[in-house]
Every structure is written in structure tokens, then in C-alpha cells.
Ligand binder design. Structure first.
Ligand SMILES: Cc1cc2nc3c(=O)[nH]c(=O)nc-3n(C[C@H](O)[C@H](O)[C@H](O)COP(=O)(O)O)c2cc1C
Length: 238
């Protein structure tokens, strides 16, 4: 990773109140955590009031739903380990995100939340997803977890942000590639989140993070919630 500008100092705390924006991540070997921290640094550079520490989903297993409930704008990052599927049943990220993907919805067993309660937590929540993968060794499964997390949150009523153009990649297939909402009918494809490849394109990671955060700002991801669906956004099934 390239570091943020030398002049940048991340503030210890922005306000006395919990920030509206929080970054959650899962990781096996640390890459997605580094990306999460880079995103937080860039959020502060852009003046976004964000929780200064990224939250590891493995540390809050069983309380992901209440953790989500405390924020209205959420960024979720996951690595992809789809080739491990055959080894451990339905292991897609190697992290607690697998519980979400396998419809133990928000790892909520210990919270005794039923599906309706989980839907209430997610309905109207603004969520953007990012992920780490390796498009050279896994060209047909690149960053699948980003697309799968996106599908689960979207189907539960969250407003999904964070799509990006597919320029600069070499992979052939990914669950994160979806039809562009802006170009329905034209069948333009885009990624539904930020796809990072720190294995074969580490020098592009910082620029990709920067461009993604700027686009999130432009798209109104961090706008104050007013309880209504942001204009032009689809939720369920988008
Ligand atoms: C066994 C194994 C399976 C993997 N499967 C995939 C995959 O299906 N798709 C992908 O994009 N990357 C895959 N990768 C690459 C990792 O996702 C990549 O190294 C990522 O940066 C790891 O993130 P982490 O350090 O946060 O765990 C795999 C790596 C290993 C070791």
C-alpha cells in the first residue's frame, strides 16, 4: 500500500457522539484490514465524520446486528476465499461474513433477533462494500464476496452505494460485476463495490481507494439521512 499524504494526521476522535459512519471488515491475512484503515484515512481527508477504528466482524460475532443498528452509513469489506468452498462447507470469506452470506443473517443467534428484526436493522441503511482478491490466480472468482454481500444487504432493504467502472482489471468473472443501474437497458456492466487486488496490482490500491471514497461523497452516500429513500436509488433487489 502507498501511504496517505505525509501531511495527513488522523484525528483521534471527531465528536463526543458515535459517528454515523463506520467501517466493518473481515480478514484472514490482514489485507482487507489495511484497506479498511486506508479507507478511514481517506474518509477523514474528505471531511467525513467516521468512527476512527475499523471494526473486525470476527470480534463482534453475535452482535453484528446491534453494531449495524448504531450507524446509518456502513462500509463493509471482505476478502474472497471461494476456492476453499470445497474444503469447508460454504466458506466464502474465511471470516464471520460467511454467517451473513449463509443467511444466519447478521450473526444474530446470540441476539435472538428474528428475521423481521434484522430486516428492520437493515431497511434504509446505506451500505457500500469493498473487498480484496487476486484476479490473476482466481480470474473467474475475483472478489466474489463483494457481490455476495451486496446481494444479501440489497435483498434485505439496504440502499446500496459504491459502484465503480471496471477499467484496469484483467479478471474474466466476478459476482461483484452487476448491470449498471444508470444504464439499465444498455447492459453496461460495473462493479457493485470497490475491488482491490493487492496481489497483482498493489500499486493501484491507494488510487482506487481515493477514487472510491470521492465517488461515495459525490453520490451522496454520506448525506444526512432524512428517513426517505435517496432519489434515484433502488433498494431491494437492486
Ligand atoms: C486458498 C485461497 C483461496 C483464494 N480464493 C480467492 C478467490 O476465490 N477469489 C479472489 O479474488 N481471491 C482469492 N484469494 C486471494 C485472497 O482473497 C487475497 O489474497 C486477499 O488479499 C486476502 O485478503 P485478506 O488478507 O484480508 O485475508 C484466495 C487466496 C487463497 C490463499
Amino acid at each position: 500500500f502507498l501511504p496517505p499524504p505525509a501531511s495527513f494526521v488522523r484525528p483521534a476522535s471527531q465528536t463526543a457522539l458515535p459517528a454515523r459512519v463506520s467501517v466493518f471488515f473481515g480478514t484472514v491475512t490482514g489485507t482487507t484490514q489495511e484497506a479498511a484503515n486506508m479507507i478511514i484515512d481517506e474518509l477523514f481527508v474528505q471531511g467525513v465524520d467516521c468512527h476512527p477504528e475499523a471494526v473486525c466482524v470476527d470480534d463482534i460475532l453475535g452482535s453484528l446486528a446491534p453494531a449495524f443498528a448504531a450507524h446509518d452509513t456502513i462500509i463493509c469489506g471482505a476478502p474472497s476465499y471461494h476456492n476453499m468452498r470445497g474444503v469447508a462447507d460454504a466458506e466464502q470469506t474465511g471470516t464471520s461474513w460467511d454467517n451473513v452470506l449463509n443467511h444466519d443473517l447478521l450473526c444474530n443467534n446470540e441476539c435472538n433477533l428474528d428475521d423481521d428484526a434484522v430486516k428492520r436493522v437493515l431497511r434504509g441503511k446505506r451500505i457500500a462494500c469493498f473487498g480484496s482478491g487476486d484476479q490473476v490466480n482466481y480470474p473467474e472468482d475475483f472478489c466474489n464476496a463483494v457481490g455476495e454481500l451486496h446481494s444479501v444487504f440489497s435483498s434485505l432493504g439496504a440502499y446500496m452505494f459504491g459502484s465503480m467502472p471496471l477499467d484496469g482489471y484483467s479478471f474474466s468473472k466476478s459476482a461483484a460485476v452487476k448491470e449498471s443501474r444508470a444504464n439499465r437497458g444498455g447492459r453496461n456492466m460495473e462493479s457493485c463495490g470497490l475491488l482491490l487486488d493487492n496481489e497483482s496490482q498493489p500499486d493501484l490500491t491507494y488510487a482506487r481507494v481515493k477514487a472510491w471514497v470521492k465517488k461515495l461523497v459525490r453520490d451522496g452516500f454520506f448525506a444526512a439521512p432524512d428517513g426517505e429513500q435517496p432519489p434515484g436509488l433502488a433498494s431491494a433487489g437492486a
